[in-house]
Write a protein that binds this ligand. Structure first.
Ligand code: T4K
Length: 374
């Protein structure tokens, strides 16, 4: 049977490289709780990203949850529903109320022209998402946040290595939360990090990731456990050595997709953003069925029948999730609703064969003008 092509595949170092990196753990028996690999990875990331403050955590979700907690946020938070469950769940799990702002139809990030109308006297923060590695309008968000005295926490789960005007994307806002999950451009198996400016916030975050423990006899916060362990940090140290090469390989894949799909009527591609150094983390396409002649779901099914497992990231919108029992009205975010019904994220990873990309595009293009819809 032909091997399936999945939406992504984790990047891994050579086995020998990882074994070498973890071998001293068998001498030290130091497995977790901010050990030497944790410290080394933190240092190396600081240098690689060109950022002053970074805290490592167990995953991107805890990065979000604990960042909100460390800021002691209360009330309403403006965010978008076109994202992974994590963003909205982190808000709700902090006892905060998400107020959903629509996205813009070009890069699918928060539509900054619609933020101010959603601000009330209960609004405490804006939590925008750099979705697919596309960066939000950070300058406009900063202007609004300053004007209304709001905190800004970016969900930067997709944006490892992305730079804007040559600055690390993590240097914008009060905090930026990265995911180092297995499916991400840079992975530590499971992992995450927060880049931040305020040192007091950093101290609070550090405590929260370690049960609120200040020292062996003082616990001054009700913390969680979100410490990155040494095996995850070791994976990060190995993967970081190859990250530029990995991103470059992803670039080749993206360029191959674009060479086939750019300009095809009824297919919208992810934009190339001005002044942005991208990381090529996802390859979403938006299928306008009326022009293309097949729906997103038909293309999804057809690819699946050929063993190609694309994904509908991000469908359904988080404001339609069953767990919220109809609490939110997705018709108030019409662009997000429209895009979520038409988006398909195609397979993308560093070692994806370029002939495979040709084949995926051939299948998609064979579905053009399948039928004319009214
Ligand atoms: N904010 C945003 C905007 C996010 O997208 C995410 C995570 C977060 C916050 C939270 O960050 P973390 O707490 O996860 O660090 C996947 C990932 O699990 C999730 O990290 C990611 N976003 C989301 C967009 O995608 P699923 O449920 O689609 O994963 P799954 O298991 O279906 O895997 C997708 C494909 O990845 C598989 O078909 C094959 C490949 N894969 C998967 C795993 C688990 C591998 O190659 N290796 C693996 O180990 O959520």
């Amino acid at each position: 049977m032909k091997e399936k092509v999945l939406v992504t595949r984790s990047s891994m170092p050579q086995l020998e490289e990882y074994i070498e990196e973890i071998s001293d753990i068998w001498e030290t028996h130091w497995l977790t709780n901010m050990g030497s690999k944790h410290k080394k990875l933190q240092e190396e990331l600081r240098e690689y990203l060109g950022i002053e403050n970074i805290e490592l955590l167990t995953n991107g979700h805890m990065a979000l949850e604990l960042s909100m907690q460390a800021m002691n946020l209360k009330g309403e938070v403006i965010t978008t529903p076109f994202t992974f469950a994590s963003t909205t769940h982190a808000i709700v799990r902090n006892g905060l109320t998400p107020v959903f702002c629509d996205i813009n139809p070009i890069d699918f990030t928060i539509d900054t022209s619609k933020i101010e109308a959603l601000i009330t006297d209960k609004t405490c923060a804006i939590i925008p998402v750099h979705v697919y590695g596309n960066i939000c309008n950070v300058e406009e968000i900063e202007r609004i946040a300053k004007k209304y005295g709001l905190k800004v926490i970016y969900d930067a789960a997709h944006t490892f290595g992305v730079r804007y005007k040559n600055n690390c994307i993590g240097s914008y806002g009060d905090a930026s939360c990265f995911s180092f999950h297995a499916t991400k451009v840079f992975n530590t198996i499971e992992g995450g990090a927060v880049c931040y400016k305020d040192l007091d916030f950093g101290k609070a975050l550090y405590r929260l990731k370690n049960f609120g423990i200040k020292d062996q006899e003082t616990v001054d916060g009700v913390g969680a456990n979100a410490k990155m362990n040494e095996f995850c940090a070791a994976m990060g140290l190995c993967n970081l050595k190859h990250i530029d090469e990995e991103i470059n390989k992803r670039k080749q894949v993206v360029e191959r997709y674009r060479s086939h799909l750019l300009g095809v009527e009824g297919i919208q591609l992810n934009p190339i953003q001005k002044d942005v150094t991208p990381n090529y983390s996802y390859f979403p396409i938006i299928i306008n069925e009326k022009v293309f002649g097949s729906t997103r779901n038909e293309v999804f099914e057809r690819l699946a029948s050929e063993g190609i497992v694309a994904r509908k990231y991000f469908y359904p919108l988080t404001n339609t999730f069953d767990c919220f029992h109809g609490q939110f009205d997705s018709s108030l975010t019409p662009i997000a609703l429209h895009i979520s019904k038409r988006v398909l994220t195609l397979p993308l990873y560093a070692d994806l064969n370029l002939e495979c990309v040709d084949n995926i595009c051939k299948i998609i293009l064979s579905m053009k003008n399948n039928k004319i819809l009214d």
